[in-house]
Design a protein around this ligand. Structure first.
Ligand code: IMP
Ligand code: MG
Length: 179
């Protein structure tokens, strides 16, 4: 990690302790259900990998990638599916795994799209939550950490596709992007 560019917010040990707590809750809540864990690419891949290995239940895994529509609709936050799920979610208990919820618009639309496919249930698990920037009302059933309105990278999160591999969640120093 280049500590001239980032300040560590949550190191690997702190994150893993919280991931284990969340996984225990999920293990309790999904007893006897058909759990399908859906990761939103790319940001969720690190969190998802740690989380599912701590869930002590049978489960399936799938991934989805979305991007915002063109410039005219950016403000609406409406999303386009870049990579859809490989399998049907009919009658599954879907747990969406995200890296961070900011305005909430991305997850609002993802949930709307998936709800039309007759799943048994849909819940959301996000590592990070920036509640101060919320625009869409979206319930988050499992949250790792609520954070202030700072731009964070690492543990899957990027800035211009960099920093995803940093093991800690870090605040990116504004000097890196205010050039
Ligand atoms: P929103 O909730 O629709 O505004 O968008 C959430 C998405 O924006 C996340 O999945 C991230 O890809 C990205 N994002 C929001 N805040 C941050 C941040 O602080 N660092 C890195 N990516 C972020
Ligand atoms: Mg994302």
């Amino acid at each position: 990690m280049n500590l001239e560019q980032v300040d560590i917010l949550y190191d690997r040990d702190v994150i893993m302790a919280r991931v284990k707590e969340i996984a225990q809750e999920i293990t309790r809540d999904y007893q006897g259900k058909s759990l399908l864990v859906v990761g939103i690419l790319k940001g969720a891949f690190v969190f998802m990998a740690d989380l599912v290995r701590e869930i002590d239940l049978p489960l399936e895994i799938d991934f989805m990638d979305v991007s915002s529509y063109g410039a005219s609709t950016v403000s609406s936050g409406e999303v386009r599916i870049v990579k859809d799920l490989d399998y049907s979610i009919h009658d599954k208990d879907v747990l969406i795994v995200e890296d961070i919820v900011d305005t909430g618009l991305t997850l609002y639309y993802i949930k709307e799209i998936l709800a039309k496919r007759s799943p048994c249930s849909i819940k959301i698990c996000s590592l990070l939550d920036k509640p101060s920037r919320r625009k869409a009302h979206i319930p988050l059933e499992y949250v790792g950490f609520a954070i202030p309105d700072k731009f964070v990278v690492g543990y899957g999160l990027d800035y211009a596709e960099q920093y995803r591999h940093y093991p800690a969640v870090c605040v990116l120093k504004p000097s890196v992007y205010e050039k």
